[in-house]
Design a protein around this ligand. Structure first.
Ligand SMILES: [Zn+2]
Length: 195
């Protein structure tokens, strides 16, 4: 019953997390009421997402520059490095406002069932960063893949002269960082344990 362009839009919107058929229909129809200029800007932003957004040369976080805002920030604590699987995890931790160290984003987790090995993840620049680091905080999810990746990181760097710790307290087994509430995240960082 919908014109094809609206049907296509509904199918696009349905690919977004948390958006079902009904919501997608509602959003698509809502967009038909937008002003031309707003639709143009929206379309332009979507097009630029692919061309302008890349990953930070140093830490792997999403950025539109060579280095991300966190790597460029002179006020951050260079001695502490938190290793996460995804940019979304960085945004969750940053929202708590309690962590001032640096990050390293792996852009995935080791998952042999999907054929994802360490070489497929952002490990190449990690070694070069360790000179100034005194503590590594492994903040991968509490899933099998998160634990496997944490153990791999530990095996790489346990011989180095640095503290390796792991988030844990308050985070349930199988927990995904980006869905944890802020208080749980704050507790998880404060109560990190030697790994
Ligand atoms: Zn960065």
């Amino acid at each position: 019953m919908y014109p094809k362009i609206i049907l296509d839009l509904i199918n696009d919107l349905k690919k977004l997390p948390g958006i079902g058929e009904k919501t997608a229909e509602r959003l698509a129809l809502h967009l038909t009421n937008w002003e031309d200029i707003d639709l143009e800007t929206f379309g332009k932003n979507l097009l630029q997402l692919k061309s302008k957004i890349k990953t930070c040369d140093r830490c792997g976080l999403l950025t539109d520059d060579t280095l991300c805002e966190i790597c460029k920030n002179q006020q951050r604590d260079l001695n502490t490095l938190m290793i996460v699987s995804d940019s979304k995890d960085v945004y969750s931790i940053e929202k708590t406002g309690m962590y001032h160290g640096m990050y390293h984003v792996l852009n995935g987790l080791i998952d042999f069932s999907k054929g994802i090995e360490p070489k497929d993840l952002n490990f190449s620049t990690l070694k070069d960063r360790l000179k100034e680091i005194k503590e590594i905080i492994i903040a991968t999810n509490g899933t099998v893949e998160g634990e496997l990746t944490a153990q791999y990181i530990k095996s790489l760097y346990q011989a180095h002269n640095l503290t390796i710790s792991r988030l844990g307290y308050g985070l349930p087994v199988g927990a995904d960082l980006k869905y944890a509430d802020q208080l749980t995240l704050i507790k998880a960082v404060e109560n990190r344990q030697k790994y």
